[in-house]
Design a binder for this molecule. Structure first.
Ligand code: NAP
Length: 163
C-alpha cells in the first residue's frame, strides 16, 4: 500500500522557497501527520530530508538520495531510486511524505492520498501534482481553525478500474 500525505493550499502549493508557509501554525495537522504515519515506512525526497534535524521516531526513514550525497544524518537511510524502492516494498505500508518532486514521481503508483487542505493561496513555488481524475474522495472532515489558518483533512482513494 502506497500512501502520499501532504498539506496543500488552494493552489495545491506545498512550499515556497522558505519551506512550508504554515509550518508550526497548525498543531492539529502536525499531530494528524504523526498519527497517520505512525505505522509503516517513511520515504522522503532529499529536499525534504534537509529540513529534518532527526528522523520520525519509531519508523524507518528512507531518503531518495544520489549515491554521491555522502553520509546521511543518523536515523536516515538513503535509497538511490524511488521506483526501485517501491518495487521492493510492494507489500509494505509506505508513506511518501514529500516534497513536491517526490510526490510527482510517486503519484502514479499511489493507492491513497491523505491531504490537509489549507485555505488560501500562499503563493507557493512547489506544488502537489494534479490528481483528481484518477482518485475519488473517500472522506472529508470538518474544518479546523488554528493561528488564523483554516484547514481540513481529506482522504482520496484510487478509482478502481471498471470491470
Ligand atoms: N506541504 C507539505 O505537505 C510538504 C511535505 C513535504 C515537504 N514539503 C516541502 O517541499 C519542499 C521540498 O520539495 P522538493 O520538491 O524541493 O524536494 P523533494 O521532493 O523533497 O526532494 C527531491 C529533490 O531533491 C533534490 N536533491 C538535492 N540534492 C539531492 C541529492 N543529494 N540526492 C537526491 N536529490 C537531491 C532533487 O533535485 P535535483 O535532482 O534537481 O538536484 C529533487 O528535485 C520543502 O520546502 C519542504 O518543506 C512540503
Amino acid at each position: 500500500m502506497l500512501n502520499l500525505i501532504a498539506a496543500v493550499d488552494e493552489a495545491l502549493g506545498v512550499a515556497n522557497d522558505g519551506g512550508i508557509p504554515w509550518q508550526g501554525k497548525i498543531p492539529t495537522d502536525a499531530q494528524y501527520f504523526r498519527d497517520q504515519t505512525s505505522k509503516g515506512i517513511i520515504l522522503m525526497g532529499y529536499g525534504t530530508y534537509k529540513e529534518f534535524d532527526s528522523p520520525l521516531h519509531d519508523r524507518e526513514n528512507f531518503v531518495v538520495a544520489r549515491p554521491d550525497s555522502g553520509e546521511l544524518k543518523p536515523g536516515f537511510v538513503g535509497v538511490p531510486d524511488a521506483a526501485d524502492f517501491l518495487d521492493q516494498h510492494g507489500h509494505d505500508l509506505v508513506w511518501v511524505i514529500g516534497g513536491a518532486a517526490l510526490f510527482a514521481q510517486t503519484l502514479s503508483r499511489a493507492d491513497q492520498l491523505f491531504l490537509t487542505r489549507v485555505g488560501g493561496d500562499y503563493h507557493c513555488t512547489k506544488f502537489f501534482p494534479t490528481f483528481s481524475d484518477a482518485f475519488e474522495s473517500q472522506s472529508e472532515a470538518d474544518p479546523h481553525v488554528e493561528s488564523g489558518v483554516t484547514f481540513h483533512f481529506e482522504i482520496w482513494q484510487r478509482r478502481q478500474a471498471a470491470t
